[in-house]
Design a protein around this ligand. Sequence first.
Ligand SMILES: [Zn+2]
Length: 114
Amino acid sequence: MTTPSDLRERIAQAIRDAAYDCPGGCDLTEAECDARHPIQVSALRHGVVASVYGEPDALAASVLAVVEPELAVRDEEIARLRTEIRLQGDALLRCRTLLASAAGIVLAARTTTS
Ligand SMILES: [Zn+2]
């Protein structure tokens, strides 16, 4: 299976993949089959899952399985950028301190030579 790059399509595909297409001849009652397979195919179009019905928790779980790894990557990136910003802020502060003391030295030299 190819992995679609678009997040929306990947979520849609995950829901299609999670949907169970009961052939109808299973030994379970409809309620038991629904309980065992909380996301089920309600229609196929040209062999592709066109619509599903399911429990909100199960649908949410199949969406989260796609979204959570991406959120984890973004959280890591945000943490990395925060560290970078903090380090650059520290470096800027050191530059400012050095410039201030250099300016102080220049001013002191001017006042003693004039
Ligand atoms: Zn069934």
